[in-house]
Write a protein that binds this ligand. Structure first.
Ligand SMILES: Cc1cc2nc3c(=O)[nH]c(=O)nc-3n(C[C@H](O)[C@H](O)[C@H](O)COP(=O)(O)O)c2cc1C
Length: 216
């Protein structure tokens, strides 16, 4: 595990970024630091310059507890679908730090933002969703550069989160991000350390000229 510290180079930040579950220390974040990482998210590219994201800051412990209970139920739903070694391995994996983090940042996606004619989205409806994910990645990298941790939680039903945070039904909650101060960042992804799944070599992901052709 490496110490939490400010990082200079973008490649360092990309390499050091981790999905954090167990390392949160829970101190409140200074407003200027929180605004810097939200500012980085808000500078993401977006289809038709639609900026379809919003950020809901969730600090209230009671709201976080309600979400955490829902996530625990969904964890059980997934666990029940597993058997044998997969069930045993998953049993050891922590999947969220909702209560231990400094706050939750829920990132939502509004498909109507910038409409009705969103430049660049007429053929690919998901392009707005992609844009929202880029905002999340910007936030994640900026937080890493600040020496903070982020953990993406997706073990939830969208309707539950819409009701919990009074999000209109036309707007999709894309992520609950646990954000906060950390004791450090792990060098290896948790899912690798727990032998859930290991990294794919880069060469396997690169194709030359067509999908079926491997890298020469
Ligand atoms: C869309 C998305 C959803 C995720 N959902 C969860 C989640 O619910 N719980 C969790 O512990 N990690 C979640 N993760 C984190 C991944 O497990 C993690 O990114 C992956 O194992 C690689 O580890 P690293 O991010 O530390 O490199 C999610 C990541 C993404 C991109």
């Amino acid at each position: 595990m490496s110490e939490a510290r400010p990082l200079a180079s973008l490649y360092d930040v990309i390499e050091r970024r981790r999905d954090v579950r167990a390392e949160f220390t829970g101190e409140p974040l200074p407003d200027d630091q929180l605004l810097r990482i939200l500012g980085a998210a808000h500078q993401a590219p977006s289809v038709g310059h639609s900026q379809p994201w919003d950020f809901i800051l969730v600090r209230d412990p009671a709201t976080r507890r309600r979400f955490q209970q829902h996530v625990a139920t969904e964890r059980d739903v997934f666990a029940d679908s597993l058997t044998g070694e997969r069930a045993e391995t998953f049993g050891k994996i922590k999947i969220e730090g909702i209560l231990e983090s400094s706050l939750g940042v829920v990132v939502s996606y509004d498909p109507d933002r910038g409409g009705p004619a969103v430049l660049g989205r007429h053929a690919i409806a998901d392009a707005g969703l992609y844009s929202t994910c880029l905002a999340i990645q910007n936030l994640w990298l900026a937080a890493t550069a600040e020496g903070l941790g982020v953990g993406w939680v997706s073990f939830y039903r969208e309707e539950f989160l819409q009701q919990l945070l009074d999000i209109p039904t036309t707007i999709r909650p894309i992520a609950w991000l646990c954000v906060g101060t950390v004791s450090g960042l792990q060098d290896t992804p948790d899912l690798e350390r727990h032998r859930w799944r290991s990294r794919r070599p880069l060469a396997e992901a690169i194709h030359e000229g067509s999908y079926r052709a491997p890298l020469r």
